[in-house]
Design a protein around this ligand. Sequence first.
Ligand code: MN
Length: 246
Amino acid sequence: MTPLVDYHCHLDLYPDFEQLITDCETNHIFTLAVTTTPKAWPRNHQLISNRQFVRAALGLHPQLVADRANEISLWKEYLPSTRYVGEIGLDAGPKFYHSFELQKEVFKEILQSCSSSGDKILSIHSVRSASVVLDMIEKYLNISKNKVVLHWFTGSNSELKRAIDLGCYFSINAEMSKSIRSQELIPKIPRQLILTETDGPFTTVNQEPARPRHITKTIDLLSRLIKFPIADLADKIHSNMQTLES
Ligand code: MN
């Protein structure tokens, strides 16, 4: 069975969180279980210990920073216990722009902490803020010691080029293929930097929250978009993930 990759899914937001972890293990779906607040960390960390396919990432979501910026100290306390960091980043969309300055402060602390420790893999949100996110990665993250995955990236062509030059990976979800902009952007990403994600439960399949097993749909859409043989795409994504994690 070819392993699949869901490199950004909020497993802890589903009512059957524990069962989902078991499903990912049984079905050989490498899953990055991102979290939105460090308060969720102990349970995530405990449930994925000794699992082969599921990794837990320590997050502080930019959309929660307005209320939870003070949890950065808790986030820092837990950082030594994981290699994976996310969901983190910036959101300059209309609903969250009011906290943008605070988001930048928190994101800066996160990037600097990762630089101090090294060997982290970061899953980064960059809604309407790709340039600022890239500026901050350049300024505060030691990219020779850490690796970046831009999740649901919707930047411009020039922002894409900058991100590629920085060695960023891109996790692509099925929802993105509905946007004309993304349909043009995704084929420009070098094949070796592409990963797949569901971003469940924030995306849906047949009106239900997407689950890691729905990554097959992403593979299908992606293979048509980038004109890559579907029979080889899951292997390619898996090998990209292995390179990222090596
Ligand atoms: Mn997310």
